[in-house]
Write a protein that binds this ligand. Sequence first.
Ligand code: CDP
Ligand code: MG
Length: 697
Amino acid sequence: MSSPFWKPGTEKPRILEDEEGGVVFFSPSLASSSSGYGYASIEKQRQRLPVYKYRTSILYLVETHATTIIVGETGSGKTTQIPQYLKEAGWADGGRVIACTQPRRLAVQAVASRVAEEMGVKVGEEVGYTIRFEDLTNKGVTMIKFLTDGVLLREMMDDPLLTKYSVIMVDEAHERSISTDILLGLLKKIQRRRPELRLIISSATIEAKSMSAFFQARKSRHRMECEGLPKMEPAILSVEGRGFNVQIHYVEEPVSDYVQAVVSTVMLINDQEPPGDILVFLTGQDDIDAAVQLLTEEARTNRKNSSGLIILPLYSGLPRADQELVFSPTPRGKRKVVISTNIAETSLTLEGVVYVVDSGFSKQRFYNPISDIENLVVAPISKASARQRAGRAGRVRPGKCYRLYTEEYFVNEMPAEGIPEMQRSNLVSCVIQLKALGIDNILGFDWPAPPPPEAMIRAVEVLYSLGVIDDDAKLTSPTGFQVAEIPLDPMISKMILSSSELGCSEEIITIAAILSIQSIWVSSRGAQRELDEARLRFAAAEGDHVTFLNVYKGFLQSSKSSRWCHKNFINYQSMKKVVEIREQLRRIALRIGMVLKSCESDMQVLRKAVCAGFFANACRLEASSQSGLYKTIRGSQEIYIHPSSVLFRVNPKWIVYHSLVSTDRHYMRNVISIDPSWLLEAAPHFYQHQRLNPIVH
Ligand code: CDP
Ligand code: MG
């Protein structure tokens, strides 16, 4: 088979940086089994991992240093082993807990179940996990707890010094997620008050030196080094991996459709290369689902060797059962193709991968404080990421990485490092969290990477307009504290609070639950028309939020039937999750003293409540526009309704949106029509002066 992208014979194989100093490990016994470890006992498997050799050193460093930085290649055993070593050494004795944070929810669940399996316990007992809206821990029993860094930040609101933890391992620190960065800043403060607390900062590639410098630089020498207390100077330990060499292949010409290129490359590998699983890096659920579908069709229709392909998606929000398929060993004679977001770059280890196909892109958050627009953009990855991705091919034996970009592009254009999320995000959630933790001087906060002041100022401005902070930039009472209490974006939280006054909280809580799920629709590239028709069955003239309510009502009327979901192109797993989240939000609402009430069929109050939270995302249709061009009221940005919205082509004059995605244009997802006078009611400060102009016209 020939590929339009990759021509055998013209390839320029590259040897990946050899971290072993030229030594290549190759063990036939490892390579012969598809899972890489065959049937070795769990204990044996644990001892084979690279970190095992460092067990004593790690425990010694943690004992003697307040902060230990551990750098080690993905798959070397940092996440699954270090918490167990700590437990074995007694760090969980006396009711104390060892915490290990992850930036991603899916990784939290996956590593918790792996560690529970290794320890021979059920998840939720000695090993537990907590992610937003899901707590599988048992007080007094759980010794090792995996959690997202966001959840740990929330825990600080009730227990500012995190007293129940003896060791906190901040894992995947190289990802520099916004929550990781806030956490690092706060943990550094906590250490001052709790010298007995130990921190482990671990990552696949980290500027260990700069991280170390961050933990070392302290404004005042608050205490002398004294006996019995750990050294404040951070220790750095590097775990030597045992990655195999990976040959790098580049495309000759730039690729125009990377989903299609992925399909051809996977088929090419399957036709020409010996057994071994394939890991593909795409950007998000949409293109992953599309590639899975195309590959499945391709494999079904005309390929001679393709009956052995098992094609699986991997992204956050994937139902449990599907996750298990991804992690289970590949049956003999089969070849697994896992199509993943960058979650498989470092957060998760997949055994048996020998071939990597790298699209060169990932979905990244970008924020422009001037236009106040934050969106998820499919953007080029960094060289650091590209190397990590390639490294995934060398876990069990020498592998190959197919890069769907040219070598020239890699060398000359790809940025060396990614930008920390803190420096490219809307900071509204970040600021409110710090405020809720009593950090008043946010500009003076000790950041690992300081955020742009403009973004800070914008965030403060939005929070002020939401009524969450006052003239002194302190949380207002009760609104500010209530908003901070709800574990959602402050705009959603404000919408929920307003619904209490407007008498539509039952409905708004449902909407909030649905907005916190990626999508309630089954995505399908092939059956777009059927999907659109199904959507129309629920479509409401007011917009997507009311449409969601109709879906939810239908789901309840069907007695939560999976058949009903299937028939209507609705994702059953997502709907079950919505019901769960809704229940949790209901509990939180009652706890913070909200009145729960239904507005029955009065959709006007409901739209007002949405507007009360999302006024900052208001847009107006351009008067002369035939093409559905909107402009944001704040920044006059050009913006369009996403084709998946029920208001696509309907184009009401005034709308607010929930989120944006950008490709060639900015597209608004989840849109509802409003009356412009509500904007002034909701946020007089925000829409004063020049911004008032377009509204009164
Ligand atoms: O954190 P790090 O990337 O250093 O490695 P890890 O996640 O602790 O994984 C260590 C090893 O555990 C991997 O190489 C896999 O063999 C195994 N593992 C697994 O089989 N299934 C999982 N869900 C997680 C890890
Ligand atoms: Mg890990």
